[in-house]
Design a protein around this ligand. Sequence first.
Ligand code: FPP
Length: 248
Amino acid sequence: MTYHSYFSQMDMQRLPRHIAVIMDGNGRWSQKRGMIRGMGHKAGAESLRAATELCRELNIEVLTVYAFSTENWKRPAAEIELLFKLFSQYLDSEIKTLLDNDIQLVASGDISALPEALHKHLQQVMDKTAHCRSMKLNLALNYGGRQELTRAMQNIAVKVQKGELQPQDISMDTISSELYTAGMPDPDLLIRPSGELRLSNFLLWQCAYSEFYFDDVMWPDFGKEDLCRAIIAYQQRDRRFGAVGEAK
Ligand code: FPP
């Protein structure tokens, strides 16, 4: 049975426009196999490839993945270095696939604080794929939701200070437009594998009405079938956005 067999259970007219994923469980996946943590991250990159392929196949507009949080700097230097190396290898190996499939690579987070070589590499791939329109792959790198909101408020305060904006004109759209995700739809579906039930400072503003899907599978084992199951579960939810649902 391949993942395609799940397609018959999906309503292709009601697919999520934006899927966000907290790629968690790489460390535990490797520990269980007696491997170093880096092997889990490497396997996690394969899961990201599979998720990107499926999202493109289903015409999902945006896939956002939490690749490195502002809190991840607390990890041992060797693991951070390995992750950065992996990101760079991923950019090299994926650029062709991204272009061939018309996928734009974008980033959310303070990427200027990443090592210069990685920052440059990332910027190159973002520039090369800037014309791609079929899908956005949004890498959350050095990303924190509270940090993103703080930055947005600072930017808005500067506009007010300059007299470009009146405080009473600050709207929810003003705030959304100052976030890294400006112009993207909010995530409809947020997935966190590995059995953890937290948001961990991810997309705090954008996930106000997202449907949350938790799975015990570790991210390196999270394949296309698992993603199909998450989408099907999402479609079975009754999204009311605070209103009353349809009478059953
Ligand atoms: C969390 O798992 C995962 C990360 C901090 C890194 C995510 C990075 C990847 C999946 C690598 C591929 C990404 C790209 C962009 C190529 P964890 O290490 O906290 O797992 P644990 O909770 O089991 O320890």
